[in-house]
Design a protein around this ligand. Structure first.
Ligand code: SAH
Length: 229
């Protein structure tokens, strides 16, 4: 019991340090992103979510570095700064319904679940989907719904969404995701060819017109289609 408590305290300290690194990183690249700081509700959520519970056990020691980590099946969880930036760009409201493409082990979904009303997350690889679902359940996130399938089709049964986020990169933004974004909605998605991706912020105005802002060059794994190996 004592050991468990002290582990918890140590993780909290490491998390605090990670939040400071994320803040420094945000400031450092503000010239590129045009944003000097990540909003405090996002930073507070990052300080609450136990990232170590969303990485494979052999990665526990590295969970609070500002670094991407392997999560199995050849996939990677993004570095915390990128997760923070993407979450910040969404400008989540407490009533929002959010679609996430690429559940992975569920870290990003946990942050979304902290800040929005409902999260709908889609993952193509069954093994990751199951592990992500279990991890989110263990951490008590009851406002997340899961689907195994091709996220480039979105989730028509629950559309439209106030916010959409993709954590794998298509060459071009899938039309279904644009269709499933509410008027006034925001989508954050990396897109482009494998070695030339940009993080994009897409907004849909009251007249239904889309505007796209390039935020930063990034490197994400490619959004696969259901018939990829
Ligand atoms: N958000 C995750 C990181 C996931 S990495 C986390 O916080 O842990 C990107 C994920 O996208 C991988 O798990 C990959 O399997 C998934 N993915 C790739 N193509 C997909 C598709 N077409 N539909 C749904 N998920 C996809």
């Amino acid at each position: 019991m004592k050991a468990a408590n002290s582990n918890r305290d140590q993780f909290a300290i490491l998390r605090r340090t990670m939040v400071e690194q994320v803040a420094l990183h945000a400031d450092h690249v503000s010239g590129k992103t045009g944003r000097t700081a990540i909003a405090s509700p996002v930073m507070e959520a990052i300080e609450r979510v136990p990232r170590h519970a969303f990485v494979p056990v052999e990665m526990t020691l590295y969970a609070y570095l500002d670094s991407p980590l392997p999560i199995g099946c050849g996939k990677t969880i993004s570095q915390p700064f990128i997760v923070a930036l993407m979450t910040d760009l969404l400008e989540l409201g407490a009533e929002d319904r959010v679609l996430e493409i690429g559940t992975g082990l569920g870290y990003q979904a946990a942050l979304l679940a902290e800040l929005a009303a409902e999260v709908f997350t889609v993952e193509l690889i069954e093994e990751l989907a199951q592990s992500g679902r279990r991890r989110l359940g263990e951490q008590g996130y009851g406002n997340v719904q899961f689907r195994v399938g091709d996220g480039s089709l979105g989730w028509p049964d629950h559309a439209p969404f106030d916010r959409i986020i993709a954590t794998a990169a298509p060459d071009l933004i899938p039309p279904a995701l644009l269709q499933q974004l509410k008027t006034g909605g925001r989508m954050v998605i990396p897109a482009g060819l494998e070695d030339d991706q940009r993080l994009l912020l897409v907004t849909k105005d009251e007249g239904g017109r889309f505007e796209t802002e390039e935020i930063l060059p990034v490197r994400f794994s490619q959004l696969m289609s259901a018939d990829d190996d």
